[in-house]
Design a protein around this ligand. Structure first.
Ligand code: SF4
Ligand code: SF4
Length: 242
């Protein structure tokens, strides 16, 4: 991919069309991102604004969010045991937690910064997300919670408890909207390679930095992933035999 900056939205669309990306949802993600860029072009949006949106992950969030709405009546949603205060899924693996995009990192930090210094989820469980309230086990950044928190659900909370204790158990699923959103971001990143850096961030680290009183710049610096993390996460969520 050329390191030269795209000079127009039409050129950016062409680049998106030329990206080679594997995965079952790559064609659909490309179609949706192209539609997003086409709409921006027809509304006379400037290239700079759209480049900033792609970097932050806004197209991925809007496309993934629309997909999530479309899955609202799906079997996993209808049979989910998820309820307020049930938070085994907020006990996160390692110190990374999950992959989030820049816009999500900014929202999460803004929601949690005013709570700096208050007891956080780690007072309940050492690996719990710092956004969690340790007493009520409710998310203290519910409206700003990232896509992964909206797409992960389970028909059985005991399976989630078992997984949180390190014992694999069947049941929990991540809705396809999560993979689509990651794929849209991967496409945008590949189309801008060499020109605009499109990073991802670790959910737990952003939340920890916010509740420990560090500012947004420090949080983004601490939580920034290695470039391959996005591809690794897409691969992890790929359906079998894809
Ligand atoms: S995913 Fe599991 S732990 Fe999380 S709310 Fe649903 S049932 Fe509870
Ligand atoms: S942001 Fe909220 S919902 Fe997501 S893992 Fe943290 S506490 Fe749980």
């Amino acid at each position: 991919m050329s390191g030269r900056a795209p000079k127009s939205l039409a050129e950016l669309r062409k680049r998106v069309g030329a990206v080679r990306l594997r995965g079952a949802d790559a064609a659909r993600a490309r179609q949706m991102l192209d539609l997003y860029l086409d709409t921006a072009e027809r509304h006379g949006q400037s290239l700079d604004v759209v480049l900033r949106e792609v970097k932050a992950g806004l197209p991925a969030l809007r496309i993934g969010g629309a997909e999530l709405q479309g899955q609202a009546a799906s079997e996993p949603v209808r049979t989910a045991a998820c309820a307020p205060g049930c938070a085994f899924c907020c006990i996160l693996a390692g110190d990374e937690g999950a992959v989030i995009l820049e816009a999500e990192a900014r929202h999460l930090h803004a929601a949690l910064a005013p709570l700096a210094g208050a007891p956080d989820g780690r007072a309940w469980s050492s690996r719990a997300c710092p956004a969690l309230d340790p007493d009520t086990r409710m998310c203290r950044a519910y409206d700003a919670r990232p896509m992964i928190c909206r797409t992960y659900l389970s028909p059985d909370s005991e399976a989630c408890r078992s997984i949180a204790e390190g014992v694999p158990a069947p049941g929990p699923v991540t809705l396809g909207a999560q993979r689509l959103y990651l794929t849209v971001q991967a496409l945008g990143r590949a189309a801008l390679a060499g020109h605009v850096t499109v990073p991802t961030y670790a959910l737990s680290r952003i939340a920890a930095a916010a509740v420990e009183g560090r500012d947004l710049s420090a949080a983004l610096r601490e939580a920034r992933h290695k470039p391959r993390t996005l591809d690794d996460e897409r691969a992890r969520l790929a359906p079998p035999h894809a």
